[in-house]
Design a protein around this ligand. Sequence first.
Ligand code: MG
Length: 199
Amino acid sequence: MISLQHRSIAHFDLDCFFVSAECLKDQRLKGKPLLVGGMSDRGVVAACSYEARRYGIHSAMPMKTALRLCPEAIVRTGDHDFYSELSQQVTGLIAEEAPLYEKSSIDEFYLDLTGMDKYFGSLKWTSELRRKIMKMTGLPISFGLASNKMVSKVATNEAKPNGQLAVALGERSRFLRLCPSINCRWWAEKRLRVCGNGA
Ligand SMILES: [Mg+2]
């Protein structure tokens, strides 16, 4: 019987999915500061390219603020039918190969590969699936591989953009302790809240 400690979970996440999708439609957008989102008065950034992030822009930021930070940014209002179609293509490729998977959002998937190492390396298998997805769809995708969902998701964030990272069970605590992508402010705020409740 496989213990919970020895699970093997891969988390896949398409990199800047809406931005990558727009670049598939129009290759000239590659490498440009690109924003996808609403253009109304209260419009927000749904996704932005890495080039746009260099200006301090992030998703959920008001579009007006983003354009103030980077006036030359290119804006696309989004094509949800196209994004859904691409997401379905990726889902189909994963469903064909993975023994068990969960689609957690339009661009994120968890795969349970527990027990697969008995037959072949789960890292090799997952790397091959990643290559296949990128080849068949033209979309960059990253993954993290670890013993649970939380650590695999953190590993994906570390691997981005366009990368992969496996965290061995024995390395898990050290990885989380040293991981720069874990939001230090979140921990600080949590600690403040705990202190506040106790006062
Ligand atoms: Mg994503």
